[in-house]
Design a protein around this ligand. Structure first.
Ligand code: ATP
Ligand code: MG
Length: 416
């Protein structure tokens, strides 16, 4: 039997892969404008890194992590998210000492053993941003505004952000007790996993896919301390100043343990039940708790697979060659091969099928390729040092031009 891929893992074929590349290019363009530089960290890290940073009681660590013992007896995990690796690198490589802003982005595949559904895969791609070392509301506003500029550039203008503040460790200390007392009081209504973890981490119940929605209505709300409250209102003012559309959603808690203060999400109803495109927030205590310097930080991670689903119908991605070169006679093959190279040197995407096949067969391939023009060299062209140019998509006469003028003529025709 032929081999097949694992459930939840998929092949990304063109033109979807072309769309992914376009999204990545849009991201890189925006990151450069905002002073972000790329960090490439390993796909596999020690399991402990994720347990300690993502959080022991999170769904990601409890249920979704691909963790295993390697041949050397080491407990390792394939990364389920990007932030822990970036923070580890920031500490290990002394990036706080570089004198430059610690603004990093990553683009890479993440792995989570969850139940595969539309928009939910076991291997998926994230574009992520982390800004370490700036506690001020300007950093929050810049990070969120940058995310929306990216979405706009990728082809999704006018997104709105869901915004909330989870407060600092101090605000949460009191809230934890209040919430825990409430959850104990209604524990028979909670799902099995929540019942098991409320004592260790009552906040997780608020992010639960089953209990979260009704708890958002009924559970007591967090009260922010004066500092956190002032921070949150500054962030909102600055977002208004930046023209960012947002709405405050007190039910938004996010599924990771390290968040403090500002958290946010971008959703799209067009995605159905897997509606989150991007999530992020502040993590002011994480770097220190991982053994690094006191470094407040903020970041986000965007699901490229889900963004691609939203963009699929909007983008008419043209990945066809501009020119298709044909050798209309056997002895014209070498010259046709030379033409391909000349076209590419001039920045024109050019392709061919097989110069040793019949003219009819090569023409069929040219039509299928989606190329705008076929460029033919046969016996006559070979003798005269010319190329015959034949429009494939639009009606028009074919013409014969000098070989050396083929690239410039094609450029002109493509512009027109
Ligand atoms: P969800 O609530 O959909 O499970 P999440 O809160 O687990 O999302 P994050 O950890 O915040 O997701 O990751 C950021 C983004 O990565 C999500 O908004 C989503 O677009 C994408 N993402 C997360 N898990 C998957 C997955 N299994 N398959 C595809 N994309 C995913
Ligand atoms: Mg999830």
């Amino acid at each position: 039997m032929a081999a097949h891929s694992l459930r939840g893992f998929r092949d990304l074929l063109p033109p979807d892969s072309t769309l992914f590349t376009a999204i990545e290019a849009a991201a890189r363009g925006i990151f450069a404008l905002y002073g972000y530089r790329e960090l490439r960290v390993p796909t596999i890290e020690s399991k402990e890194l994720f347990v300690k940073s993502t959080g022991e009681t999170t769904d990601i660590v409890e249920k979704e992590m691909y963790a295993f013992t390697d041949g050397g007896g080491r407990e390792v995990a394939v990364r389920p998210e990007g932030t822990p690796g970036v923070v580890r690198a920031y500490i290990e490589q002394n990036l706080s000492q570089s004198g430059r802003n610690a603004k990093f982005y990553y683009i890479g595949n993440m792995f989570r053993a969850e139940r595969p559904q539309a928009g939910r895969f076991r291997e998926f791609e994230q574009v992520g941003a982390e800004y370490i070392g700036n506690a001020s509301p300007f950093a929050d506003a810049e990070t969120i505004a940058m995310l929306l500029k990216f979405l706009e550039k990728a082809g999704l203008p006018g997104c709105s952000v869901d915004l909330n503040s989870l407060g600092c460790a101090e605000c949460r200390k009191n809230y934890r007790q209040t919430l825990l007392a409430y959850l104990r009081g209604c524990s028979e209504k909670l799902c099995e996993p929540c019942r098991g973890r409320i004592e260790r981490n009552p906040l997780r119940a608020l992010d639960c896919k089953i209990d979260g929605p009704w708890l958002a209505e009924t559970a007591p709300k967090l009260t922010l301390c004066p500092d956190c409250s002032a921070h949150f209102s500054r962030v909102q003012d600055l977002l208004k100043l930046s023209g960012v559309k947002f709405s405050v959603n007190p039910g938004l808690v996010r599924g990771l343990d390290y968040y403090t203060r500002t958290v946010f999400e971008v959703r799209s109803s067009a995605l159905g039940s897997q509606d989150a495109v991007c999530g992020g927030g502040r993590y002011d205590d994480l770097v220190k708790s991982m053994g690094g310097p006191a470094a407040p930080a903020i970041g986000w991670a965007l699901g490229v697979d889900r963004l691609a689903m939203l963009l699929k119908d909007k983008h008419a991605l043209d990945d066809s060659p501009k020119a298709f070169v044909i050798a209309a006679a056997k002895e014209a093959g070498d010259k046709a091969f030379e033409l391909l190279s000349a076209l590419r040197d001039a920045g024109l995407a050019a392709d061919f099928s097989n110069f040793e096949l019949s003219l009819k067969s090569q023409m069929r391939s040219a039509d299928k390729s989606g190329a705008a023009f076929a460029l033919l060299i046969g016996e006559d062209e070979l003798k005269a040092g010319t190329v015959t140019l034949k429009p494939l998509k639009e009606k028009g006469d074919q013409r014969t031009i000098p070989f050396s003028e083929a690239p410039s003529t094609l450029h002109t025709l493509l512009k027109g």
